[in-house]
Design a protein around this ligand. Structure first.
Ligand code: HEC
Length: 276
């Protein structure tokens, strides 16, 4: 739980300027789920979804979660500032996973911060892609109405952070992943790296804490072939890896091409940065 701020700094309003460009505000703890009904004056509501971690492994995926609309809970904890277009809300999990979600997506799709599964006493999910079974989801799990909005299914599990304990507003989100010298193609790849990798890895301080080595450094230390193999089949060279393979459902050719583009983008970003 290293990412929790020290008691002293938690009481100061901390603005960290990381990489000179990404502005973070203080992370706020979410209230204990069992006190929420009283605090919000509302009972939890139901949302039936196709659970993406099960869907990815072709398992029966329909289930109903119970929780509170994320926007209500965020208003309660952060005030309304998170709603400004261009902001991202960071959902910080107990294991260092950080999922950053554009505020526009939360306003538009009304995800739920779930605290239970209807009709079940456990609050867990199997995550076969990460070879982890019976993973605890609490205290909070962000779930989306991907039955009503099928396009959300294409975005996979990374917008479904579990074990969420804290939230934070991030502004100026993209600059640390970009450089004026990057080609258009590399800029598109930056977005894909952000979505697929930066819940766990980081670029210039932007990203998760699960494997916080800078991804540009990792890419510089690996040949294209090594990088592609580790990205497409993490378990092959890293036994017991909890890293999910990149786009496991896509065609082999498309996956290879994307992994190569990612390697190119990361090395290019590092090269441009070194030149200043
Ligand atoms: C859910 C968390 C998670 C995600 C998402 C993730 N990784 Fe990883 N990655 C890890 C962890 C943890 C390790 C350390 C080895 C292990 O346990 O698998 C790792 C290791 C690596 C390594 C090997 C580093 C070395 O020492 O050789 C590379 C390269 C890598 N990741 C690239 C990527 C890329 C590229 C993406 C996006 C396409 C990505 N990872 C997405 C968690 C993640």
């Amino acid at each position: 739980m290293e990412f929790f701020l020290s008691p002293l700094s938690r009481h100061l309003l901390v603005f960290a300027l990381i990489g000179g460009l990404t502005l973070f505000t203080q992370a706020e703890p979410l209230p204990a789920p069992n006190t929420l009904a009283a605090q919000l004056g509302k009972a939890p509501q139901n949302l039936t979804v196709l659970e993406p971690h099960l869907l990815a492994a072709d398992l029966p995926a329909k289930r109903t979660y119970q929780g509170y609309p994320a926007s209500q809970l965020l208003d309660h904890v952060l005030g309304k500032a998170w709603r400004a277009p261009g902001n991202e809300v960071a959902f910080l999990a107990l294991d260092g996973y950080v999922s950053r979600i554009p505020s526009e997506d939360i306003v538009r799709h009304e995800p739920l911060l779930a605290i239970a599964i209807r009709g079940q006493t456990d609050f867990t999910v199997d995550n076969p892609l990460q070879r982890q079974m019976g993973v605890p989801l609490g205290p909070y799990y962000l779930v989306w109405d991907n039955l009503r909005h099928p396009r959300l299914r294409e975005r996979g599990g990374h917008i479904w952070p579990y074990q969420v304990a804290q939230v934070r507003v991030d502004t100026q989100r993209k600059e640390s992943l970009l450089h004026p010298g990057l080609s258009e193609a590399d800029r598109r790849t930056a977005k894909q790296v952000q979505e697929a990798c930066l819940s766990c890895h980081q670029i210039q301080g932007y990203g998760g804490q699960k494997m916080p080595t800078d991804l540009t450094q990792l890419a510089q230390g690996l040949s294209e072939a090594e990088f592609v193999e580790k990205t497409l089949d993490p378990a092959a060279r890293m036994p017991n890896s909890t890293m999910p393979p990149l786009l496991p459902k896509a065609k082999a050719q498309q996956r290879q091409a994307l992994a190569r583009q990612m390697h190119h983008y990361l090395r290019e970003l590092a090269r441009l940065r070194e030149r200043g």
